[in-house]
Structures are given as structure tokens and as C-alpha cells.
Design a protein around this ligand. Structure first.
Ligand code: PGA
Length: 260
């Protein structure tokens, strides 16, 4: 189970440091004992050194929210995979719907970035998800399958820790209305099937499939207890240590109940 926070473009560096300190404090001074639940935070680039420092003594890994598809070069304003790897990042969110919408990122872009991330030891968190119109038109499965296929074409994955996929229905992001657990599970099963065809069941079963879109402490249990939901990608609820760790506690509960 993986609980991942996407801070998006929120907090200045001292606020971000304070948030990371509060997460570290919450994990070191009191339960939850995280057991097998992994925790990851993805702050803005400029926060990364401070957040890595704040979380150095607790079992929380740190990732970025995007990166360039090239390793270096004349790309003013961009950040590369080797840069992120060099400061200790473990993962990178790719193809978030906000990047697709505001920066016209395509599946081909996500694909190139995923390969580049892996080449530098970063685990790509590939985001997919349909719009409300696409869902209402009965196209959600096809849209998501096409995104998965486009993003992962030629991406080799030998074990479940080389890739993370996040299903984030666009209509649920930042709206306060998450997908219903059964609805999310249905799409996760579609994605799992796709990954099974691509990588075989042994690998596909171990690839974390995160749900994202208004996950909060009050709805996390229902979502995380679905068989193909292996964690959450959390936006606004990751901006306060108590709600973020509240979701991590739900993940621990689900994990303990499943006996794994
Ligand atoms: P949200 O964002 O939890 O605020 O809906 C999720 C995301 O966009 O990753």
C-alpha cells in the first residue's frame, strides 16, 4: 500500500518545510506504525532539499511532480531526471491531468518521460483518467486504456517496484467528490488487466495502482479496501499533516485487516 501526497503549486518553502516537519513529527512521536504502508510526498521543486532534509529520519520518500523528457540541454526553466535523482528523489509524477490540460502533454510525452525517469532510477507515477464527458459517453475504459498503452509503450517493467500507475478521474480531482469505491475498483481492474497483458500477472499484481481524486480520511477506507486499489495519490488532503497521516492510518487499517 502506498500513500502519496501531491502538493501541487502550494506552500512557500518555509510552509513546505513546516508541513514536512509535521509529517515527520507525526510519524516519530506517536502511532501509526506504518507497517507495510509506504509514504511518499511530492512537493514543488524548490522545496525538495528542505523536505528531503526534514524527512531524512522517517520512512517517507520524496518525489517530484514532473520532469523534462531529456536529460540535459537548452530547456530554460525545466528540470531533468538526473537533477532529481542527484538530490535523492525516488519517484516522479508524470502525465497528471493538470499537465495534460494546461501544458498539452500527450501520452507520447508521458512515455518519453517515463523512460527517462526509469533510466535515472526514478519510479514513474503515470497518471491516467477520463473527463466527465468521456465517462458520460461510455468512453471511460477506452480513454484510460489508450492512456495506459500510450504512456507505457516500450517501457519495460521487470518488477512491481519499477512503475506506479495512478487512476485519477478528472471529475473527481479537487471537487470534493471522489469516485465511488466500486466505480474506482472497476477501472483499476481494467488497468490491472492491461498491465497483466503487458507485463504478466507476476509483475502486474505488484505494480501499485493508486486512486486519486478527493481522497480524504473519511472516504479513504472504502477506496483502499478495494482489491485493485493499492494506495492513493492525494492532493488537497496532503497539505495538512493530520489529514495526510489520517489517510495513511486508514491504509494501515486496511492492510492489517487483509493480513498482508
Ligand atoms: P485532490 O487531488 O486530492 O485534491 O482531488 C488529487 C490529484 O490531483 O493528484
Amino acid at each position: 500500500m502506498l500513500v502519496a501526497g501531491n502538493w501541487k503549486m502550494n506552500t512557500d518553502v518555509s510552509e513546505g518545510r513546516a508541513l514536512a516537519d509535521a509529517i515527520a513529527e507525526g510519524l516519530s512521536s506517536s502511532p501509526p506504525d506504518l507497517g507495510d504502508v509506504d509514504v511518499l510526498v511530492c512537493p514543488p521543486y524548490v522545496h525538495l532539499p528542505a523536505v528531503l532534509d526534514a524527512l531524512a529520519e522517517v520512512p517517507v520518500t520524496v518525489g517530484a511532480q514532473d520532469m523534462h523528457a531529456e536529460g540535459e540541454g537548452a530547456y530554460t526553466g525545466d528540470v531533468s531526471a538526473p537533477m532529481l535523482a542527484s538530490i535523492g528523489c525516488d519517484a516522479v509524477i508524470l502525465g497528471h491531468s493538470e499537465r495534460r490540460e494546461y501544458y498539452d502533454e500527450t501520452d507520447a510525452d508521458v512515455n518519453a518521460k517515463a523512460k527517462q525517469a526509469q533510466a535515472h532510477g526514478l519510479v514513474p507515477i503515470v497518471c491516467v483518467g477520463e473527463t466527465l464527458e468521456e465517462r458520460q459517453a461510455g468512453e471511460a475504459d477506452t480513454v484510460v486504456q489508450d492512456q495506459v498503452d500510450g504512456a507505457l509503450s516500450g517501457v519495460s517493467v521487470d518488477s512491481g517496484d519499477a512503475l506506479i500507475v495512478a487512476y485519477e478521474p478528472i471529475w473527481a480531482i479537487g471537487t470534493g467528490e471522489s469516485a465511488a469505491p466500486a466505480q474506482a475498483q472497476e477501472m483499476h481492474a481494467v488497468i490491472r488487466d492491461d498491465l497483466t497483458e503487458r507485463y504478466g500477472a507476476n509483475v502486474a499484481d505488484d505494480i501499485p495502482l493508486l486512486y486519486g481524486g478527493s481522497m480524504k480520511p473519511h472516504n479513504a477506507y472504502g477506496l483502499l479496501s478495494q482489491p485493485d486499489i493499492d494506495g492513493g495519490l492525494i492532493g488537497s488532503a496532503s497539505l495538512a499533516a493530520d489529514s495526510f497521516l489520517g489517510i495513511a492510518e486508514k491504509a494501515v487499517e486496511v492492510q492489517e485487516e487483509s493480513g498482508s
